[in-house]
Design a protein around this ligand. Structure first.
Ligand code: UDP
Length: 441
């Protein structure tokens, strides 16, 4: 699934790289939003980095998103020719994802005001089923082709993740089914996602393209200068969790495994600390703390883990890389991930990963080489793997090296090239490489 390293086009080549403009739709995932909060994670990074890379190649993109942060202007430039356009869709300001479905017709209506002619955009790339609904409606009423990336699939959430009934799930599954049949291409970010698209949604194989996510190699790489996060206690090994506070991310499983570590491997536990990045901002008033964080705090207090766990709150990629570089292990105990950007970022920064053997994590982490894969939702197995890696310095050093080699293969620029050839194929434009030879890959 890796793509050969591509060179950048020169200014003349950029002029002819793609005819017209591309419309990205990412209703709840603004590419310029602060990351790590309840509703901003991988999808925001995907849209931001892919659009930046496409723009670098000379492609013009308009990203339409909900106007979630009213302190932002309606239009912000991105790169040289691309921009983010925020739509109020009835009312601007933060709105939980599950409430957005009802406002999609308004979003669609406002978006259409930017389509001054039937040729305003050459094609649509929608992200997540909410945006897919908007794309589906535009596809039906125009000649524009539709490419869709799901980021998360209703079938997976229903089966593996959410145990409490979700009243919007039937609607979501119906929209996804119609969307995947209508879209001209469906992007799977991992082979595991492709399998769900084929088996559950019966999407024809030729319509699915596997294109992974990437990392910003300018940020996520090992660094010899060894700057340290301020709070890191001396003589303690840091294990790291990075993610939104959502049950499916499995932080509760990791906390349970710390209890097991304390009981079964007290020497390891005594020299270890857990840093949690993402989730609630720090210094919130008690009534502002999310129920998820409150559950973690209650558990930590009840089990006597207070000295072991440090919450950092959401931070930028530029700050996050220092944590990856200083961590002995990054742990990703998710119940499922379509891709799992954190795993690849950590590896690229030279940090071994212990991740659940599920979804894109199982595709991207090489078990025994760049880290370990463990059974999801099994704190016992996770504790064993943490102990094994923390007590074997030589293995850790070896994995650090392998992880950084492996992780740094995922480059957004290469991914943008790959996506561009899919766009061109869909609009019937001959795909060429930079030196003009037709691309038959
Ligand atoms: N992230 C971040 N700051 C934080 C927490 C998370 O920048 O405080 C980023 C993280 O680096 C990654 C993304 O949010 O790029 C999470 O993507 P992932 O695929 O791991 O999970 P998702 O959010 O899609 O479920």
């Amino acid at each position: 699934m890796f793509i050969a390293q591509q060179t950048k086009p020169n200014e003349q080549e950029k002029e002819t790289i793609f005819p017209g403009k591309i419309m990205f739709i990412s209703v709840h995932g603004s590419p310029l939003a602060k990351l790590g909060g309840i509703q901003s994670g991988g999808q925001n990074v995907y849209v931001r980095e892919l659009v930046k890379a496409l723009d670098q190649l000379g492609v013009t993109v308009d990203v339409f998103t909900h106007w979630t942060d009213i302190s932002q202007p309606q239009i912000t430039p991105m790169g040289k020719k691309s921009r983010v356009i925020r739509l109020a869709a009835g009312s601007p300001g933060f709105r939980p994802k599950h409430e957005m479905a009802g406002n999609l017709p308004k979003f669609l209506k406002e978006l259409k005001q930017y389509m001054t002619s039937p040729y305003s955009y050459t094609l649509i790339h929608s992200n997540y089923w909410l945006s897919g609904w908007v794309g589906l409606n535009l596809r039906r009423s125009s000649r524009m082709k539709l490419i869709h990336t799901s980021h998360s699939l209703g079938a997976v959430r229903k089966g593996a993740l959410i145990k409490t009934p979700d009243p919007s799930m039937t609607n979501r599954l119906n929209i996804e089914k119609e969307l995947f049949q209508t879209a001209d291409r469906v992007i799977a970010t991992s082979p595991s996602e492709k399998a769900v698209l084929s088996n559950y949604y019966t999407v024809p194989s030729k319509k699915i393209k596997v294109v992974p996510c990437g990392i910003n190699a300018g940020i996520f790489h090992p660094d010899n200068q060894k700057s340290k996060p301020d709070h890191l206690p001396l003589k303690k090994r840091m294990i790291l969790f990075v993610g939104r506070f959502e049950e499916n991310k499995g932080l509760n499983i990791l906390l349970q495994s710390l209890v097991i570590l304390q009981n079964k491997f007290p020497l390891t536990a005594a020299s270890t600390c857990l840093t949690v990045v993402g989730g609630d901002e720090l210094n919130l008033l008690p009534h502002q703390i999310s129920p998820e964080k409150q559950r973690y705090l209650d558990f930590i207090k009840a089990k006597g883990l207070t000295d072991l766990v440090k919450f950092i709150g959401p931070i930028s990629h530029e700050d996050l890389v220092t944590y990856y570089r200083n961590a002995s292990i990054t742990i990703i105990p998710s119940f499922y991930e379509s891709f799992g950007l954190v795993a690849v970022e950590a590896m690229a920064s030279g940090c071994p990963v212990i991740a659940s053997r599920t979804g894109g994590l199982a595709d991207n982490v090489i078990n025994g080489k760049t880290g370990f894969l463990v059974k999801p939702k099994d704190p016992e197995e996770l504790a064993g793997a943490i102990n094994k890696l923390l007590t074997d310095e030589q293995l850790r050093r070896h994995m650090k090296k392998e992880a950084s080699i492996h992780g740094r293969q995922f480059s957004w620029l290469d991914i943008a090239w790959n996506m561009l050839s899919i766009y061109k194929e869909v609009i019937g434009c001959q795909t060429t490489t930079l030196n003009g030879i037709p691309d038959i890959s």
